[in-house]
Every structure is written in structure tokens, then in C-alpha cells.
Design a protein around this ligand. Structure first.
Ligand SMILES: NC(=O)c1ccc[n+]([C@@H]2O[C@H](COP(=O)([O-])OP(=O)(O)OC[C@H]3O[C@@H](n4cnc5c(N)ncnc54)[C@H](O)[C@@H]3O)[C@@H](O)[C@H]2O)c1
Length: 319
């Protein structure tokens, strides 16, 4: 490969699995992981790692030069629930880091950028069901505002300066290898851990809070697919809608009960319920499917069964 890949925020929920997948595809030495903290053993031991703050522009340049980096995946961000507790920190991290990378693209230092957006770009005025690619977007969280702003800047840098930046609006991502980082959809991961450990779970979202979700393997596949697609196929340069499954806490609990019949769920909605209510219930991702062939593989049944096995295994390893 001409030039290596740098992942910023590699130790997070998505970054960890993305790094491992990209190392599998391109070779361990070709994929440099970085974060403000160290991560899981398999990530730290399988290839190069640098401590790197996504807002430290000179250090980003230094790392890019040191390893001859040509592609950057910018995964560092402050997520929806955490962002509401520290709005200015969330804004500064989410926006400053993106500008640093877009400018490196504009200067021709790097050739390709992946930057994830989120369903948080949508708001209460957005049509809730089958939310279209182009629609009303009035986000109410600082996280959503930062992602929507980021989308506009991505498109701007593509149109004005030809920066090859690619993006998808991830729904809630469900995984068992790395714990989630403070989002509104984290309940859909906690529920598996608690079901196995205690046989019960108190959900911080209401029983009928339907949200778009996706199993991690699908999210990683989408990320790899959009980055590998020929440039002319990536027609949306703000961010693509991306969809797989959509369910409520109650529906997920029923699916878990098929495996653990004694599992009990109760509901104590907190501030995250309000965030959930402002987001779509399901997403129409036709442009992603038509433009670069996106297709998900995990439905609710398959995801639930893989999650239960995966969480059991993870808990056993920790014991
Ligand atoms: N997980 C989801 O459900 C979801 C949904 C929609 C969008 N996204 C987006 O995907 C991306 C990755 O999300 P995630 O779930 O892996 O998040 P996460 O919180 O699990 O991971 C973020 C990582 O960034 C690191 N980080 C924080 N501040 C940093 C800084 N200043 N410099 C460098 N690294 C820093 C953290 O240490 C962490 O390892 C984010 O942009 C997020 O907004 C995630």
C-alpha cells in the first residue's frame, strides 16, 4: 500500500474493532493506532501505537510524517450523553479535530479521510420513520450540532478543495468486545451484560423508545466498504444514512427472553430518554445501498444470539 493508515481514537468502541479489521486487511505495520489513552491488549500488541491528542495539530503532523500516513480515520469524539455534561469540551473536540484533518487533506498531505457522523444530526422536526437522506435536521444535543456542522464542512472541503472525505451516519452500534463510550444507545449493550450477570436490567430508556441500531460487524463492513469504493461512487460527501435494525428496549428484552426466559426488564428513563425522543425510529438508507452497494448482515435475532455468546465469553475471560 502506498502510505499507511492512521486511526485517531483507536481505543474506543468502534476504533478498536476497526483497527483490528484494517490490520487484517492491509497488514499490521500498515495501520497505526492512536488515542489519548492505551487500549485493549490485542490492539496494543498487534501493531504500531502512538499516544495522540486529536486536538494537537502539530503532533498529528509529526505522526503522519513519521509513518508516511496517507489515510486518516478520525474516530475520536465526545458522544451524545457525555457531550451534554460538557458541551463546550464536546464542541471543541468534535470540531477542532475534524478541521485539523480536513486541512491536511486540503494541503495534499493525506489522500483520504473517514469521519463518522451519527443519527444525532436529526432532531424533533425530522420525520421519525424511514428518515430520508435529505430532510429537516434540527439537532438538539451539542453532539448532534457538532456532527451536523461537521457534515457541512466535509461537503464544503470536497466541493471547494477536492478533499476525498467519506462519511456515514452510524446508528447505535452494538458490540461486546469494547464497552460503549457514553451514548444514548448504550442500553442495548448494557442489557446483555446485566441479563447474563444478574438476570435483570433497568433500562434508562422507556420501553417503547425505538431507535436505529446496528451490530458492530456491519458497522465495520460499511466503513471498509465506503473507504474502498471508487471515488465516483461516493456521491454524498456530507454523510450517508446507514441502517440495519430498529427496535425498542421492550422488543430487545423479548428477544433476550427467548434465550434467557427468566430475564426481567424494568424502566427508569433518565435525561437520555429526551435525547432518544428527538432521534428517528428508523432510517431510509437507499442512497448508500444504491451508490456503493451497502448491505447489512445482522438482523435482531442473529445480533442477539451473537451478543449473548460474545458477552458470556468476555465475562468468562475477565473472571
Ligand atoms: N458507538 C456508537 O454507537 C456511535 C454512533 C454514532 C456515531 N458514532 C461515532 O463514531 C466515532 C467513534 O465512536 P465510539 O463509539 O468508538 O466512541 P468511544 O467514546 O468509544 O471512543 C472514542 C475514543 O476517542 C478517544 N478520545 C477522546 N478524546 C480524544 C482526544 N482528544 N484525542 C484522541 N482520542 C480521544 C477516547 O479515548 C476513545 O478511545 C465517534 O465519532 C462517534 O461520534 C458512534
Amino acid at each position: 500500500m502506498a502510505g499507511r493508515i492512521l486511526i485517531i481514537g483507536a481505543c474506543g468502541q468502534i476504533g478498536t474493532e476497526l483497527t483490528l479489521k484494517l490490520r487484517e486487511i492491509h497488514g499490521n505495520e500498515e495501520v497505526v493506532a492512536s488515542d489519548i489513552r492505551e487500549g485493549a491488549d490485542d490492539l496494543m500488541k498487534s501493531g504500531p501505537f502512538e499516544i495522540l491528542n486529536a486536538t494537537d495539530e502539530p503532533k498529528i503532523r509529526e505522526v503522519i510524517e513519521k509513518y508516511n500516513i496517507k489515510q486518516v480515520y478520525l474516530m475520536a469524539a465526545m458522544l451524545s450523553a457525555t457531550g451534554e455534561k460538557a458541551p463546550m469540551l464536546a464542541w471543541n473536540l468534535n470540531i477542532d479535530s475534524l478541521f485539523h484533518i480536513l486541512h491536511l487533506g486540503k494541503e495534499g498531505v493525506i489522500d483520504k479521510i473517514f469521519w463518522p457522523s451519527s443519527i444525532a444530526v436529526f432532531g424533533p422536526t425530522t420525520p421519525k420513520d424511514d428518515t430520508p437522506q435529505i430532510t429537516a435536521m434540527e439537532p438538539t444535543t451539542v453532539y448532534g450540532i457538532s456532527k451536523q456542522t461537521g457534515e457541512r464542512w466535509c461537503e464544503y472541503f470536497f466541493n471547494k478543495f477536492g478533499v476525498d472525505v467519506r462519511s456515514i451516519r452510524y446508528p447505535g452500534i452494538i458490540s461486546y468486545k469494547t464497552l460503549p463510550g457514553g451514548g444514548t444507545t448504550d442500553y442495548a449493550i448494557e442489557i446483555f451484560h446485566e441479563a447474563i450477570k444478574n438476570g435483570s436490567y433497568t433500562s434508562f430508556l422507556d420501553k417503547d423508545a425505538a431507535l436505529p441500531m446496528m451490530f458492530m460487524d456491519d458497522a465495520i463492513k460499511a466503513t471498509v466498504d465506503i473507504m474502498e469504493a471508487p471515488a465516483e461512487k461516493v456521491k454524498v460527501r456530507s454523510s450517508y444514512n446507514l441502517s440495519a435494525i430498529s427496535f425498542t428496549p421492550e422488543v430487545l428484552a423479548k428477544e433476550i427472553q427467548k434465550h434467557i426466559p427468566e430475564f426481567k426488564i424494568s424502566y427508569e428513563p433518565d435525561f437520555r430518554q429526551q435525547i432518544a425522543e428527538s432521534w428517528p425510529s428508523s432510517i431510509d438508507d437507499t442512497p448508500a445501498r444504491e451508490d456503493w452497494g451497502w448491505k447489512h448482515q445482522y438482523d435482531l435475532e442473529k445480533m442477539t444470539s451473537v451478543m449473548l455468546d460474545g458477552v458470556k465469553e468476555t465475562l468468562k475471560e475477565k473472571a
